[in-house]
Write a protein that binds this ligand. Sequence first.
Ligand code: SF4
Length: 352
Amino acid sequence: MEKINLKGLLLPELQQVMLDSGEKKFRAQQVYSWIYKSGLTSFDQMTDLPVGSRSHFSEIFRISSLKEVFRAESMDGTTKFLWELEDGNKIESVLIPDDKRLTACVSSQVGCALGCTFCATGKMGLTRNLSAGEIYDQVLQMNQWALAKRGQSITNIVFMGMGEPMMNLDNVVKSVKLISDATGVAISQRRITISTAGVAHKIKELADLGLNAKLAVSLHSAVSAKRNTIMPINKGTDLAELVKAIQYYTRSTGQRVTYEYVLFNQFNDNPEDAEALVKICRMAPSKVNIILFNPVAGAEFQRVTNDRLNHFVQYLADRHITVMVRQSRGQDIDAACGQLATKKQKAESAIQ
Ligand code: SF4
């Protein structure tokens, strides 16, 4: 009989599993704490369980774990992790220190089906969704590493690693519940950001779930014809539909949305691009994060010049749009999503 994997189960699910296996319900809270707080993967180490329960659990349950296969630390403190999943697939996560914050950027899928032209993950295609346990494990293991190495816990989570979180919404939501649970890494939902390339119907679904997590939309162009050329999703869900979903989200949750906007030199950094962005920003409570592009191998785009960046930002600021510029982090370690996994994949196929 296949063992049941406990990592990824919420407490009520774990309680049910315990009852189904003939154990007392309260054992679930003990095991839950060992899995999500201590990060144990062996029942033998769960010292507050009777010896009989430990061996019973080892026979019928298992606790999956990501295997760290590579870690790279940037000069700026950004640290990238490459994990191997139980089926041999690989995913990435990144830890980004910034003043008092320590942000973990996590993956939600192996690869991604959306094929944004500027993204290394998009070039891989989609292999599969990550389970809630696989998402949680990225946070848990990075948190343990950060505590041991820097004496600091993760303060913020962004779902901006490999994959489109909205295409794996059930598991992403479950992982948000695990991450924000008081037993575990206990990071408030207000410090968790779920990003999307613009899956409109899923944005509405998320709005109805009553989470406190924040929403970020990777816009990158507010001109539909231009957005079509870099984000194929825009052909199926045009900007008007996306904006309607965002308006629904901001109305239902009372939160504003963050527009992520990677500036590509002489592509989406012209005055008419800034004007179109201002129009969209005025349609719902929002702010803009301008991101400086980390060119990926074979990319057709270049990083924006300082002059063009300043003009673009000033245009928005003059029109009272809240705008922040985010520097690319970890450029020396290929920190943009999918870069490391793609390189590893290429290296492995070269070896085989
Ligand atoms: S940018 Fe995000 S949505 Fe687009 S291909 Fe990359 S991972 Fe997928």
